[in-house]
Design a binder for this molecule. Sequence first.
Ligand code: HEC
Length: 118
Amino acid sequence: MKHTLLTFLTIALLISSCSNDNQEEFYDASECDTSNVTFSATIDPIISRNCKSCHGVGNGTGITLVSYSDIKKHVDNGKLMGSIKHLPSYSPMPQGGKLDDCTISKLDAWIANGALDN
Ligand code: HEC
């Protein structure tokens, strides 16, 4: 009887430690898949969703982020990631918030691969 209880507890402990591992894996930063980042499938939708309401054509901010060349220009002058990462001397963007780490990692991955119009 004692053995059965001990065996049961050991198994229960093993199972719970396993499921804890899984949970950690689930929330791990490596969850963030930056392997297939492209301008059309990843970057353009991010900018559209988070920036175009204020940075569309002619809506008064003086910064247009609509076409690939608009966005590329601000990659090259450093302002895009300066603003998105809230670096000193850039206006933090999007106004009133910050993109989540995975979204920022995707932008970084795209730029590291040459910020291509792909
Ligand atoms: C609610 C409106 C709003 C949203 C949303 C917004 N911006 Fe802006 N942004 C502004 C305004 C207004 C300015 C000009 C004044 C300033 O620099 O703060 C600006 C300025 C900028 C600048 C120039 C900053 C500098 O330091 O010269 C960049 C780059 C920029 N935005 C990028 C973005 C990006 C990228 C996003 C989306 C992730 C975004 N913005 C979302 C309103 C917005």
